[in-house]
Ligand binder design. Structure first.
Ligand SMILES: Cc1cc2nc3c(=O)[nH]c(=O)nc-3n(C[C@H](O)[C@H](O)[C@H](O)COP(=O)(O)OP(=O)(O)OC[C@H]3O[C@@H](n4cnc5c(N)ncnc54)[C@H](O)[C@@H]3O)c2cc1C
Length: 387
């Protein structure tokens, strides 16, 4: 079987790994010039953790996992107003959780794949032509690959989705927030933050700061903003949106690059992910948003599910079964993401105060058991990791 995967991100690399193991002839195309290190820290549990375990990469992920002791909610003056000890969070998930930077996860997956599968960097898909029993994939370098299957694993702004299903606006559903993130170095601030993930939140805005390894700090920002348009100058938007959150956040501004990662907090909702011999995977198909968390974990669970189905049946039946197995999980994650938004970055001060107090309950055995059950229902085992 010949497969072209567009996107060497979390979903694309995971699928390529499983297809290589199954002996499929796989080519990956990636628009970036090389592996990317930017991005945010993910709490990695549930299906992603299970799939990583089966791929034998948990050891490497543990080596690069963030060394965080606490999630601290702080006020503008940096004083602790609530929080959750990381040990409590781990206990809720029976220790089957890692906090990993997106770039580190991508790097570990890339090195697990080895050199057998070609990854064509600086390359994308220009045109897609359906042919009997297959698909012709025209790349931006002019080459045309005839394949049994094209998989669009090219993220929330997928070009494969646009070429196959139509314009992005038909499927992208903003949740009313924008997000930005970037890495920087500041030894003094790093000392103040220590091993904590510090969140300063006021109605409609939340700034997070945490250690990202090798002395670097990461900024993770979310603020309320409606509409479909993104600002022409993301850095200027960051500087104006997060003013007044106190000295720690002000100091972070000094390091904001010209082009931070900046996007809608959004979901992709589609009635189907497959047309002929083209299917979508990960964020391209069903971004759940950072409000739901688990975007990378869901992408890895989906990649494994698709690979397992392709091994067991003809391509058409496999794609139908992949969608049938993934859709209920994805819909429930998306619903949870929409519900969680009002508590992650609340519009009202009373919600912030209540949330901070509730988080504290997790340090008590009863509260921990209750929250653990909810977390496991959300993440673990919901994507069937069989085969
Ligand atoms: C550099 C980067 C930083 C990120 N930072 C954050 C963050 O701070 N917060 C957050 O919530 N989410 C972030 N994300 C999204 C997050 O990684 C995904 O939600 C999650 O990992 C799902 O994985 P995915 O493989 O489906 O998509 P992604 O991880 O987004 O991977 C998609 C891949 O496809 C590539 N690609 C995109 N368009 C094309 C194209 N036209 N042709 C070829 N290749 C293409 C991308 O370069 C990328 O390698 C980031 C993604 C990237 C690429």
């Amino acid at each position: 079987m010949k497969v072209v995967i567009c996107g060497a991100g979390i979903a694309g690399l995971t699928l390529a790994w499983w297809l290589r193991r199954a002996g499929a002839e796989t080519t990956v195309v990636e628009k970036a010039a090389g592996p990317r290190s930017d991005g945010y820290m993910m709490d990695f549990f549930g299906s992603g953790y299970d799939v990583a375990e089966r791929m034998g990469v948990l050891g490497e992920l543990r080596e690069v996992a963030a060394d965080i002791t606490e999630l601290t909610y702080a006020d503008r003056r940096g004083r602790r107003v609530g929080g959750l000890r990381y040990a409590s969070f781990q206990a809720m998930l029976d220790g089957r959780v890692l906090s990993v930077m997106r770039g580190d996860l991508e790097r570990v997956l890339r090195s697990a794949l080895g050199d057998d599968v070609p990854i064509l960097y600086n390359t994308s898909v220009r045109a897609v032509r359906h042919v009997p029993g297959g698909v012709d994939v025209e790349l931006t370098d002019g080459a045309v690959h005839r394949a049994d299957l094209l998989v669009g694993a090219d993220g929330i702004h997928s070009v494969v989705r646009r070429l196959t299903f139509g314009r992005e606006e038909s499927f992208l559903r903003p949740l009313g927030y924008h997000t930005a993130s970037f890495l920087f170095e500041d030894a003094e601030l790093a000392e103040e933050i220590g091993r904590r993930f510090v969140l300063v939140g006021v109605p409609d805005r939340q700034a997070g700061l945490y250690p990202a390894g090798d002395g670097a700090l990461a900024a993770s920002l979310i603020h309320a903003r409606s509409g479909m348009a993104l600002p022409a100058d993301p850095r200027a938007e960051v500087l104006s949106a997060y003013r007044g959150l106190g000295p720690m956040v002000d100091r972070m501004f000094e390091h904001c690059p010209e082009d931070p990662y900046y996007d809608h907090v959004a979901q992709i909702r589609m009635p189907t992910w497959t047309k002929g011999r083209v299917t979508l995977l990960g964020d391209a198909a069903h971004a759940v948003s950072l409000m739901a968390g688990q975007g990378s974990s869901t992408a890895m669970g989906g990649a494994h599910t698709l690979a397992v189905e392709l091994l067991g049946a003809d391509v058409e039946s496999a794609l139908a079964r992949y969608e049938r197995r993934m859709r209920p999980f994805v819909l429930s994650k998306q619903k949870a993401g929409r519900n969680t938004a009002a508590w992650t970055v609340p519009h009202q001060a009373w919600r912030i105060a209540l949330r901070n107090r509730l988080f504290g309950l997790a340090d008590l055995p009863g509260g921990r058991a209750l929250m653990g059950r909810g977390l496991k229902r959300l993440g673990a085992g919901a994507v069937p990791v069989a085969g």
